[in-house]
Design a protein around this ligand. Structure first.
Ligand code: AMP
Length: 395
């Protein structure tokens, strides 16, 4: 068990909290503030306990000086000030005297946000490659380190692993909640336990399939990845997404677990991937050469429903169709509804699946929507996340 923020006396202490403020910003306006809101519990707890709260986060990718112009965390500091109803001190640097002086002047309960950690990537990817000097420097600014950025905890960066190697550390409430959801399911799921996988490529999900095929009762497969499975079964998939490097894997896993892995029986196809293309719904035996399979069909939706109806636990990772285009969104939308109606504990694996659930306004309908697409995928693969494993254990 990892130490949490609750295991430390925070009063008078400079507490560095790694948060995930990687929000979409357009023309200086935040498009979706969910990630900021998700970190409030930990930040408010630290304020109320009398800490000097030093927040650090990345925002997007920064490769050139030019990238810096629209990757500043300043708009986030303004939004956070409003949400906390208290001034957030924003320092437009990631190191140096101005940052150090501002920290030294902080009173208990103050909140300071440093500039985007990835500004350091311009200099030899210092943040993203976990440069030891940078991690040690950031650690020198505080007394305690709290990691609450689940979405980056599968990466070993200076702003998580680097700092944690030098300071007493714990996890925040957001990471604690993610682990409280995923750990019991991965150890002892309530059965029947169903995994729904979709999204584009089989190769991205091989690790998850390998790890969960033994634990789950059924794996339902939709989305672009389903067509490579169908191809490996000998079906003609026309111009559908095809992941040639994964075909051997599909053949072998289907042979070994043919009763566990459930593939689509029908499909909605287009001639092109756009709103104006004509569509054709057909059985998987009837896909034409010039067609692209872009959604699961009504018979597959019914088939998936039968499995979901009796299940007690469902983990869903990857949209089952090209949901960004209305004509191919039906399967994903119907699945949202079926899961809402079911009695199962439903866990949504973040990333694109989370976006789909939000888009169709089902975000309040499930037990948990993960805040980290990549991180939750790695948890489902049974991997250890470096940003969490580095945190101090409870004695
Ligand atoms: P992933 O990041 O692997 O979960 O992939 C998510 C993306 O897969 C979404 O943008 C979907 O539009 C896309 N997707 C889902 N179904 C299909 C499909 N049948 N063909 C192509 N792309 C798809």
């Amino acid at each position: 068990m990892k130490k949490t923020i609750r295991n430390y006396r925070l009063k008078n202490k400079k507490v560095i909290i790694r948060v995930d403020f990687n929000v979409p910003i357009k023309d200086g306006i935040i498009q979706d503030d969910n990630r900021i809101k998700a970190s409030l519990e930990t930040i408010k707890y630290a304020i109320n306990k009398g800490a000097k709260v030093i927040l650090i986060s990345h925002l997007g990718r920064v490769k050139t000086e030019e990238d810096k112009t629209d990757k500043s965390l300043k708009p986030v500091s303004e939004a956070l000030s409003k949400l906390l109803n208290q001034k957030v001190i924003f320092i437009p640097f990631t190191r140096g005297k101005e940052l150090e002086n501002a920290i030294n002047k902080m009173n208990n309960g103050d909140v300071l946000l440093m500039e985007n950690t990835r500004f350091e990537d311009i200099d030899n990817k210092k943040e993203s490659s976990n440069n030891p000097e940078l991690g040690a420097y950031w650690a020198s600014l505080g007394d305690i380190f709290i990691n609450d950025a689940f979405a980056t905890s599968h990466r070993s960066h200076a702003s998580n692993v680097g700092i944690a190697t030098h300071l007493k550390s714990g996890i925040g409430f957001l990471i604690e909640k993610e682990l409280e959801v995923f750990n019991p399911i991965l150890k002892r799921p309530k059965r029947p336990f169903i995994v729904i996988l979709g999204g584009a490529k089989v190769s991205d999900k091989i690790g998850v399939i390998k790890n969960l095929v033994k634990k789950a009762d059924y794996i339902l497969i939709g989305g672009g990845m389903a067509y490579t499975f169908l191809k490996s079964e000998g079906y003609n998939i026309g111009n559908s997404l095809m992941d040639y490097d994964s075909i051997d894997f599909c053949t072998k896993i289907l042979k070994k677990y043919e009763n566990k892995i459930i593939l689509p029986v029908d499909t909605v196809n287009g001639l092109e991937i756009n709103e104006n293309t004509s569509t054709n719904t057909c059985l998987i035996t009837d896909i034409k050469e010039d067609e692209i399979g872009l959604d699961i069909g009504p018979k597959t939706i019914e088939l998936f429903k039968k499995y979901i109806k009796d299940s007690k636990t469902v983990i869903w990772n990857g949209p089952v169709g090209y949901f960004e285009i209305d004509k191919f969104a039906n399967g994903t939308k119907q699945l949202c509804e079926i899961l809402k109606q079911s009695n199962a504990e439903v866990i949504i694996g973040g990333g694109d699946t989370g976006s789909a659930v939000n888009k169709f306004e089902y975000s309040d309908c499930y037990k948990h929507i993960s805040t980290g697409g990549g991180a939750s995928l790695e948890l489902l693969e049974g991997r250890i996340l470096p940003g969490i494993s580095v945190i101090n254990d409870k004695q």
